[in-house]
Design a protein around this ligand. Sequence first.
Ligand SMILES: Nc1nc2c(ncn2[C@@H]2O[C@H](COP(=O)(O)OP(=O)(O)OP(=O)(O)O)[C@@H](O)[C@H]2O)c(=O)[nH]1
Ligand SMILES: [Mg+2]
Length: 443
Amino acid sequence: MSAALTARPLKKLHDITREQIERAVLVGIEVGAREVIDADESMAELHALAQSAGVEPVGAVTQKLKAADPRTFIGRGKVAEVRELAVARGAALAIFDDSLTAAQARNLESELKLRVIDRSQLILDIFAQRARSVAGKLEVEIAQLTYLQPRLTRQWTHLSRVRGGGSGAGMAGTRGPGETQLEVDRRKIRERLMRLRARLGEVQRTRGIQRARRLQVPYPTVALAGYTNSGKSTLMNALTDADVEVANRPFSTLDPTIRRLKLPGNITAMLADTVGFIHRLPHALVEAFKATLEEVRTASVLLHVVDSSSPLAPERMTIVDRTLAEIGAGATPRIVVMNKIDLPGAVARPSDGFDMVAISALSCEGLGRLLDAIARHVAVTRQEISVTLPAQRGDLVAMARRDGEVLSEEYHDGQVSMRARVSAPVAGRLRKAELAGTASGAR
Ligand SMILES: Nc1nc2c(ncn2[C@@H]2O[C@H](COP(=O)(O)OP(=O)(O)OP(=O)(O)O)[C@@H](O)[C@H]2O)c(=O)[nH]1
Ligand SMILES: [Mg+2]
C-alpha cells in the first residue's frame, strides 16, 4: 500500500473532497464572545464561498452555544438535525464554519454519515481550483498538506481510499487506521512538504531574478490590497491595460499581475494586483502565500480597496489591517480607497491616519483624485541625492529623470555631477554606480 503512495503523488484535497459532492448543508455556531464578524454574516460568507467552490448550499443550521462541544462541535440534538436536513435535501457534504479538530471531524463524519469539511478546507479547495502559476499551485499544496498534517488521524481513510480505489473503502473506514500505516502516511507528508518547499524555493529564486531584472528600471511598486470582492481587479483594469478577470465571487484573483502605471507629474510606478483577504483566512494559507503576496509585502505604497457599499466595511477593514500586519506589511504607507460609491448605501468613511479617496472603479469616478494621491505618496518616498558619475553614463541621468526629477546637472573633466530627487531603489543604483566609477577611476 505504501508503495502505491510513493509511486503516485498524494492526491490533492481538492480531488478528494470533490467526489460527486455537490449539495451541502452549512453549519455554524454562535458563541458568547463576538468576533469581528458576527455569526449571520459569517454564514452568508460561507454560503458565497461554497458557491464559489462549485458546491450548492441546500440548507443551513446554526446553534447558540457558550463554547463548541469538544466531541462534535455542535450539540447532540443539532447533529441529528443536520443529518435529517441533509437526508431531506439530498446533501452528501456538511461544511462547518469554524476549524474542526481531528476528533470532532472524525466523530461528525461517523455520526452524520456525511463528508465533513471546514471553512479552511473550503477556502483551500477554491484556491486549488483557481491557482494557475507554478508558484501558486505549489503554495496551495503546501497549505493543504500543512493543514492536513495534524488532522491525519481522520484523513487516513481518505488517503487509503485514494490509494486502494473504491472497493476497499468501506473496510478501511470501519477498520480505522493502523498506527504503523499512520506513521508511514505522516512521513510521506513530511517528505512531500520538504520537496514542495524546495521546489517553491527554486521558483522563488527565479522570480527573484526576474524581479531584479525588472528593478533595473526601478520603479516604486504600488500594490492593491483588500477584502476579497472589493473591486481590486476592476480598479487594476481601470488604471492599466491589464485586462485581469473580474467576477462577483470570493477569490477570483490568485496569481499576481503587475503593470506599469503612469502618474501625474511624470511619475511612473508599477501597480500590482494579487489575492484578497477574508475573515478566518487559514493561517497555513497566509504562510504558504508569502511568495504570491511578495508584491504586497515589499510595496512602497498600498491601496487598501474597500467595498464601501457593504455594511460590514469597517469590520472588513479591521480584518485586512490584521492580515497585512501578519504578512509584515503593517507599517507600509497606504491610501484607503473607498470603492463602489456608485452603489446606493455606499458610505465613504474617513480612516484614522490614512489618506482616503472615494471612487467607483466601475464608472471611473474619482480616479483622477486617486492618481493624484498615489503620485503624492510616491513622491514622498523620494529622496534627494548628489552624485558624480562618469560623463558617458547618460543612461543613469536619463534613469533619474524618468524616475523623478533632476535638479541640477554639471559636466566637468569627463564627469557629470547631478543633484536629483529619486525613489529609494534608483538612489541606491546611482550611489552604487558612483562608487564603481570612483573605484575604476582610481585604478
Ligand atoms: N457597482 C460597482 N461594482 C463594482 C465596482 N468595482 C468592482 N465592482 C464589482 O465587484 C465585483 C468584484 O470585483 P473584482 O474586481 O473582481 O474584485 P476583487 O477585489 O479583485 O476580488 P477578488 O479577486 O475575488 O478578491 C465584480 O462584480 C465587480 O463588477 C464599483 O466601483 N461599483
Ligand atoms: Mg481580483
